[in-house]
Design a protein around this ligand. Structure first.
Ligand SMILES: [Zn+2]
Length: 103
């Protein structure tokens, strides 16, 4: 059986032991708004199609849709979830106490 390692800390995960899986899907969004004027769309579309023909289909697909699977140990999972929920709290900027200079 293939050994599993935590993607973050690299710790080997024991067979049958506890581990977590994060399936991340990154999709290109579309809000229904085209930024170019209507008369430019035909030309734009033509250019896009020409561009698409030159690109590797796999690379092109990555632009639109990508799926990443991460395997983590328990402690990395806790940190990972915490960071995703609070992305503005970098590891060196977390302040538990309010800045005393602001008072
Ligand atoms: Zn880990």
């Amino acid at each position: 059986m293939k050994k599993r390692n935590c993607f973050r800390c690299g710790k080997e995960l024991q067979p049958g032991g506890l581990f977590y899986v994060a399936d991340i899907r990154v999709l290109s969004g579309f809000d229904g708004i085209l930024s170019e004027p209507a008369e430019g769309i035909d030309q734009q579309l033509k250019e896009l199609l020409e561009q698409a023909e030159r690109l590797d289909p796999q690379e092109l697909e990555k632009d639109v849709y990508e799926e990443i699977t991460l395997i983590m140990c328990k402690s990395c999972r806790d940190r990972f979830v915490d960071e995703i929920r609070n992305p503005w709290e970098g590891p060196f900027r977390v302040r538990k106490d309010p800045d005393p200079l602001l008072h």
